[in-house]
Design a protein around this ligand. Structure first.
Ligand code: PMP
Length: 285
């Protein structure tokens, strides 16, 4: 297996960055996770846009152009020979003597890795659905930036795992569900309206969220981007989550409370079909 580290392809076991890298010391960096299906990058232009926006939000200069990044990504996928995989891209501010303010001379560190991923395994999981566990949202005020500072997400997802859940939902003091530990959160009301938290500093603007919104509008499925509470979700007709690694997964239980019929609902299934059809259109998967 090969990784890409600072302008070179290197064996993954030998891939390393400096101990004074600011990603390591300050979580001073951003990342992207992109799906590779049938050797093709899914929604690549959207990932590139988000990557560029995140870099500017942290005032990190782009380590290379979007066109060059695309070439490197494709080359890394080809070199590893994976058809279905996850591409991980991380950029940190670089290595510098440890001091909080932004160093004048640091060169950003760019790391890319790729690993096999079995998207087909999502299909049986989609038929059954998953459980979620709520946790208090203790994250910072800029959850819209995809930074590598993921400690609250790590702890939340560990809590979920110990509870036997697939995902943790971040709930603030007013009861509002922002999103999951690594997924966006959705419910469907009794009238079939699809509801998800609006874009704000409280959530990560998920690529799968954007794709699903676009497809739902095109299919004339009613959507409301508004906050919803944990209680509303537990009493909803359906609930589901979206992300690059789990395109559209029904939620059948929230904190031990059964959602709807206890099986992924018809609107969730329909949205899942629309998403997979789009994935097939783009990648031939
Ligand atoms: N929210 C959070 C907190 C995430 O980490 C992710 C995954 N990057 C998502 C939502 C889903 O985003 P995407 O659809 O781009 O994978």
């Amino acid at each position: 297996r090969l990784a890409y580290v600072n302008h070179a392809f290197v064996p993954l076991d030998k891939a390393a960055v400096h101990v004074e890298d600011r990603g390591f010391q300050f979580a001073d960096g951003i990342y992207e996770v992109c799906a590779v299906l049938n050797g093709q990058l899914l929604d690549w232009p959207l990932h590139l846009d988000r990557w560029t926006r995140n870099l500017s939000a942290l005032l990190i200069p782009a380590p290379m152009s979007a066109a060059a990044l695309t070439l490197v990504a494709r080359r890394l996928i080809a070199l590893n020979g994976y058809k279905d995989a996850l591409l991980y891209i991380q950029v940190t501010r670089g290595a510098a003597r440890r001091d909080h303010p932004i160093p004048a001379d640091a060169q950003p560190t760019l790391v890319m890795t790729v690993r096999r991923f079995d998207f087909a395994a999502r299909v049986p999981q989609q038929a059954v659905g998953v459980k979620v566990t709520s946790v208090t949202d203790q994250r910072w005020g800029r959850c819209d930036i995809k930074t590598v500072a993921l400690l609250p997400n790590v702890l939340a997802k560990q809590t979920a795992r110990l509870a036997g859940s697939f995902e943790a939902w971040f709930v603030s003091n007013d009861g509002v569900v922002a999103e999951g530990g690594s997924t966006n959160a959705w419910i469907v009301d009794a009238a079939g309206t699809v509801i998800t938290h609006p874009l704000s500093a409280r959530i990560l603007p998920g690529i799968m969220r954007a794709s699903l919104l676009r497809l739902a509008h095109a299919a004339q499925i009613k959507v409301e981007e508004r906050p919803f509470t944990l209680a509303e979700a537990q009493g909803a007709a359906e609930a589901f989550l979206t992300s690059t690694t789990a395109p559209c997964l029904g939620i059948v239980e929230i904190d031990g409370v059964k959602v709807g019929s206890g099986k992924p609902g018809p609107v969730t299934r329909r949205l899942g079909e629309l998403l997979w059809a789009e994935i097939e259109r783009q990648t031939g998967f």
